[in-house]
Design a protein around this ligand. Structure first.
Ligand code: DX5
Ligand code: ZN
Length: 221
């Protein structure tokens, strides 16, 4: 059970201390939401910021690319911290090539799917990926409402993973809170991306610690 806070919801004027709080609270990965204003209707931050953050923390990065032509940018997001690079299936007509490109950098390869994209779109690449990121909201903004259709999609991926004896992780992203995390864990999720729920807490450090403990508990159930 891995907790991956998305810094999209953090206070960017005080990013260093925001990162300290999630580190001290026991978060596992920093989720980086990269938006280009084309694939999604919002613009966030880019490779220079990601590189600068890598200079102030040892936490691993989970880089979620919500951008068109991701093949042009993969190498730019490689830092000493980059563990996963995750691209959207909807942005690539040569997904196998893109997955190979990510792996050739030494990063783990993730593929994300929008709520309206069926899990079956990934059938031919499941054996090659390290992570599938299930979007539980339409990407572009933090703070949106979780879509219930995500449970069945996660379950279907978990069943395929067992059936095919594969080891990819299942991440869930968008509207994730402790109200849905237990059911998400039971459905097969391993990585919980949380933006608003973590960073809008009054005491981010204590809340991160609490959330992490609960996630560990759900795993044991
Ligand atoms: C949405 C992003 C998510 C989002 C999560 O486009 O991919 O990572 O920021 O934020 P919350 O947890 O607020 O939905
Ligand atoms: Zn994300």
């Amino acid at each position: 059970m891995l907790l991956a806070p998305s810094i999209l919801a953090s206070d960017f004027t005080d990013l260093k201390s925001e990162i300290r709080k999630i580190e001290e609270g026991g978060a596992d990965l920093i989720h980086m939401d990269i938006m280009d204003g084309h694939f999604v209707p919002n613009i966030s931050y880019g490779p220079d910021i990601v590189r600068q953050i890598s200079e102030i923390t040892d936490m691993p990065f989970d880089v979620h690319l919500m951008i068109e032509n991701p093949e042009r940018y993969i190498e730019k997001f490689i830092t000493k911290n980059t563990e996963y690079i995750c691209v959207h299936v909807e942005t690539s007509v040569h997904l196998n090539r893109l997955i190979d490109q990510i792996k050739s950098t030494g990063a783990k390869a993730g593929v994300a799917i929008n709520p309206s994209t069926p899990a079956a779109m990934l059938d031919e690449v499941l054996q090659d990926v390290d992570m599938v990121l299930v979007m539980a909201v339409n990407p572009g903004f933090g703070g949106q409402k979780f879509l219930d259709l995500s449970y069945n999609k996660i379950k279907a991926l978990d069943e395929k993973r067992k059936h095919m004896d594969l080891g990819f992780k299942i991440a869930v992203d968008g509207g994730v809170t402790l109200d849905n995390a237990e059911k998400l864990a039971a459905s097969g999720s391993d990585i919980f991306v949380m933006g608003t729920y973590i960073f809008k807490a009054e005491d981010v450090r204590a809340h991160t610690e609490h959330v992490k403990k609960q996630l560990v508990k759900y795993k044991q159930c």
